[in-house]
Design a protein. Structure first.
Length: 231
């Protein structure tokens, strides 16, 4: 990492943990938990905010709701109301110990190193902020709860889409003591990296096991790292 970077802005999937955790563990868990949750809580006050956030035509009954959730998840549509629901469904699994985020082995030690050096860690993911906090609060790292090391959390609701320059500008404006060129954004997504760069941030592509193959052009145009230890 360059000495100028005072804030590390991190993506989650394919950057701090395998993409397979979300697609092969979290998504199926949410779908499995959904029917019982709807049966028990459809009219419950604590569930109303999640149900009411869905388009009205998909919230008329449990069947329509379930069908819409399955459709969105099958197409990996990153609708904010779906992300909020998923976080709610995952909470029980994390708290019961059924879910634990499998961080890449370099992540937790690097968090400790950054904290020791006074470098701020901020998370920016398409997953909702509550879901992000669940993930970082229940990891296989040491310590298992990494939330105390994290300064702030952003998602597509409080920042905007991850491939838009304005989203990174908005995030930077929330921590205006640090100019954009003192930020380092790390992601497996080339378009996200390019958006961050256009917003004035330093940005590297993270090439983890299981990630999509990077094009030769992406490797030529961007700094690519395989682990945080290369920073």
């Amino acid at each position: 990492m360059t000495t100028a970077a005072k804030i590390v802005l991190l993506d989650i999937e394919g950057t701090v943990c395998p993409i397979s955790f979300v697609k092969d563990v979290l998504f199926p868990y949410a779908l499995e938990a959904l029917p019982d949750t709807l049966k028990a809580q459809w009219d419950a006050p604590q569930f109303a905010q999640y149900r009411n956030a869905f388009p009205a035509e998909h919230a008329v009954n449990e069947t329509a709701f379930t069908d819409h959730v399955k459709d969105l998840m099958s197409r990996d549509v990153k609708a904010p109301y779906l992300k909020s629901l998923q976080g709610y469904l995952w909470e029980t699994g994390y708290q019961a110990g059924q879910l634990k985020a499998p961080l890449f082995p370099d992540v937790a030690p690097k968090f400790a190193s950054w904290a020791e050096k006074g470098v701020h860690i901020i998370i920016y993911s398409s997953g909702s902020v509550p879901a992000q906090k669940l993930l970082f609060g229940h990891t296989n790292g040491e310590p298992a709860n990494l939330i105390p090391a994290i300064t702030d959390f952003f998602d597509t609701v409080n920042a905007g889409p991850k491939t838009e320059v304005s989203s990174y500008e908005k995030i930077a404006s929330k921590h205006a003591d640090y100019p954009a060129d003192q930020w380092l954004f790390l992601s497996d997504n080339v378009k996200e990296v390019e958006a961050a760069e256009q917003a004035g941030m330093q940005s590297f592509i993270v090439d983890r096991p299981g990630n999509a193959e990077l094009s030769d052009e992406a490797r030529r145009q961007h700094k690519v790292i395989r682990t945080f230890d290369e920073l």
